[in-house]
Design a protein around this ligand. Structure first.
Ligand SMILES: Cc1cc2nc3c(=O)[nH]c(=O)nc-3n(C[C@H](O)[C@H](O)[C@H](O)COP(=O)(O)O)c2cc1C
Length: 341
């Protein structure tokens, strides 16, 4: 065997478990990105041999129903749906997934609320959850979750406080033999994919790297902002009021950051006056993000909207088809593994 074919064989073998779990050719998920991960990007991802995820975000059950049907019209490969745990109609959204025989459901935004895990599994789908710490990873596995995503703070969008490299070291050795674990956050090239697979990951999840795919419907201004940005432009939002815990969001620096500070002040004021309860205050912040992201992704207002992006944004250098992005990642991973001999 030449070293390159051995690199390819090694990658196939390292990805086998994750690819089997997903029903894809390669164990690379395109993480759900609100407004970006709709039928076109999801279908392109699955058609190219990876695994696409619809971002349900704040969609109503009717809109999700239409999005799943639209995706099915563009691909006959498996894809998944990402649901946010705080969605007030979570159980109805699960029902929509079941009706469509969606094979994989990702629950984002916290531990599965009562009844949701059972409903997803009873509907026949595999359940994937985010594990922000080792203790939670173990708890999720005990409760019957089928796979985990371990996502570090390098990622775009809502983030936790710990880096991908630390989470991977803490979590993979303890749980990778129990359920498939997909590592996410800050992955821009195949060398990093090879490294996480060798550490025991079943696969990886990337978001930022796929935003500028030709098939992505993100506004040309949004894509241009990505192509211009470097790692240090993708900064985490700052919490201004200790009583109002807001989950930080990583996005490109712009005037929208200041609008978010103003929004936090406004919501903190409402809390002070007793006009809203904490849960409602946090929901208002989440709605703010959804609106700000839409403004940037769909309307192209990258100055006042939220241009959520991970630190790998500097490695996004051109608009290209999903299949080419996957081919580049695979080839980089194969070369890295071949060099190990
Ligand atoms: C523009 C954007 C929007 C995102 N929206 C969501 C979302 O709605 N739900 C979610 O679970 N993750 C969301 N994410 C996170 C991605 O699914 C993925 O896990 C993350 O991008 C991986 O890290 P990376 O950006 O470093 O590749 C978003 C990320 C980006 C860049």
């Amino acid at each position: 065997m030449t070293s390159m074919t051995s690199g390819a064989a090694r990658l196939t073998s390292l990805m086998a478990r994750g690819a089997e779990f997903l029903g894809s050719e390669v164990a690379i998920l395109c993480g759900a990105m609100s407004w970006v991960s709709e039928r076109n990007l999801v279908a392109a991802m699955s058609n190219a041999g990876g695994f696409g995820l619809i971002a349900c975000g704040a969609m109503t059950p009717e809109l999700l129903d239409a999005e799943i049907a639209g995706t099915k019209a563009l691909t006959d490969k498996p894809f998944g749906v990402n649901l946010i745990t705080m969605h007030p109609q979570l159980m109805d959204l699960i029902e929509v997934c079941t009706r469509h025989n969606v094979t994989h459901v990702v629950l984002a935004g916290g531990l599965p609320p009562a009844g949701s895990l059972e409903a997803i599994k009873a509907g026949g789908a595999k359940l994937i959850c985010f594990a922000p710490a080792l203790s939670l990873a173990k708890k999720l596995i005990r409760s019957g979750v089928d796979a985990l995503v371990v996502e570090g703070m390098e990622a775009g969008g809502h983030i936790g406080p710990v880096s991908t490299s630390v989470l991977a070291q803490e979590i993979l050795p303890e749980v990778a033999d129990k359920v498939p674990v997909f590592v996410a956050g800050g992955i821009g090239r195949g060398e990093a994919i090879a490294a996480y697979l060798e550490m025991g990951a079943a696969g990886v999840q990337l978001g930022t790297r796929f935003v500028c795919a030709t098939e992505s419907i993100a506004h040309p201004n949004f894509k241009k902002a990505f192509l211009r940005a470097s790692a240090r432009d993708a900064v985490a939002s700052v919490q201004i009021d200790p009583r109002l815990p807001v989950i930080p969001v990583r996005a490109l620096k712009n005037a929208g950051g200041e609008l978010f500070t103003a929004k936090q002040r406004e919501v903190a004021g409402l809390l002070d006056e007793g006009k809203v309860a904490m849960a409602e205050a946090q929901l208002q912040i989440e709605h703010y993000w959804a609106g700000a992201l839409r403004r940037a992704v769909i309307d192209g207002d990258v100055e006042h909207g939220s241009v959520m992006a991970g630190q790998s944004v500097g490695m996004v250098t051109k608009e290209e088809p999903v299949a080419e992005i996957i081919a580049a990642l695979v080839s980089e991973a194969e070369t890295a593994l071949a060099k190990r001999g």
